[in-house]
Design a protein around this ligand. Structure first.
Ligand code: KIV
Length: 271
């Protein structure tokens, strides 16, 4: 008799049911096999292979330089690790803005070559045709509104978005549009909590917040930020659950000391 417990995969339907039940949705980023294994086994509902890989994995200042090939490489490593979580992958800058056919081709590559379960795409009504075309191919789409880092050079700063009524109203309309098109969820990044609460109440699909307050249906953080691997990054919305920079730094320093003093390896650590 097998004692292996079958792991039930989280799907876009599960996420929808969680919203209906009022059960909060947890989402975290991951970009490689080892980290994704931990994120998955800890019970995270959605793993986002974010284009924040451009910052935290590659050291770029913005998310703009990461390529579709690089996203597929990260995503395929995460997919191999995720036994339970729904794996959502960002369409990177330049892979969908040209036209809806290009957007569909990029989404198909992510699904086919990485084995992802869904894609995420930044923007509202202006990308409606692309969202629609991707959905027509049977690929689940998550939207992303508010602070959309791929447009950083248009915004000029990473400060809170939609503080003024005109932008707040556009965000409300964009959220409804994404729902009407068939998106299964929408990330709300760095907007006032009250606006996120209103949008969340008005939508049937779940909202996942980052810097958008406690009334969203779920929350997402960049794994390097919440584990304290990025030493200097401490925005107000971030809760840091560990201080891995110091933990890892000390461990590596101890290793270096042991190698140089010839105390590693010892007699028990050799053949
Ligand atoms: O790329 C990313 O990590 C994201 C999250 C911040 C939502 O899009």
């Amino acid at each position: 008799m097998s004692v292996n417990k079958e792991i039930k995969r989280i799907t876009t339907n599960t996420i929808q049911e969680m919203k209906v039940r009022g059960e909060k949705i947890s989402m975290l980023t991951a970009y490689d096999y080892s980290m994704a294994t931990i994120v998955d086994e800890a019970g995270t509902d959605i793993i986002l292979v974010g284009d924040s890989a451009s910052n935290v994995m590659a050291g770029h200042e913005t998310t703009l330089p990461i390529t579709l090939d690089q996203m597929i490489y990260h995503a395929s490593s995460v997919v191999r690790a995720a036994k339970r979580a729904l794996v959502v992958v960002d369409l990177p800058f330049g892979s969908y803005q040209g036209n809806s056919k290009e957007a569909l081709n990029s989404a198909i590559r992510i699904m086919k070559e990485a084995g992802a379960h869904a894609v995420k795409i930044e923007g509202g009504v202006e990308i409606a045709e692309s969202v629609s075309r991707i959905l027509t191919a049977g690929i689940p789409v998550m939207g992303h509104l508010g602070l959309t880092p791929q447009s950083i050079y248009k915004f000029g700063t990473y400060t809170v978005r939609a503080k003024h009524e005109a932008e707040a109203q556009k965000l409300r309309e964009d959220a409804v549009k994404l729902q009407e098109l068939g998106c299964f969820g929408v990330v709300l990044e760095k907007i006032p909590a009250k606006l996120a609460q209103e949008v969340t109440a008005n939508l049937q699909i779940p909202t996942i917040g980052i810097g958008a307050g406690q009334h969203c249906d779920g929350q997402v953080l960049v794994i390097h930020d919440m584990l304290g691997i990025n030493k200097g990054f401490k925005p107000r919305f971030l809760r840091q659950y560990s201080n891995l920079y110091d933990v890892m730094h000390d461990a590596i320093k101890n290793y270096n000391t042991d190698v140089k003093s010839n105390s590693f390896p010892n007699e028990k650590e050799q053949y």
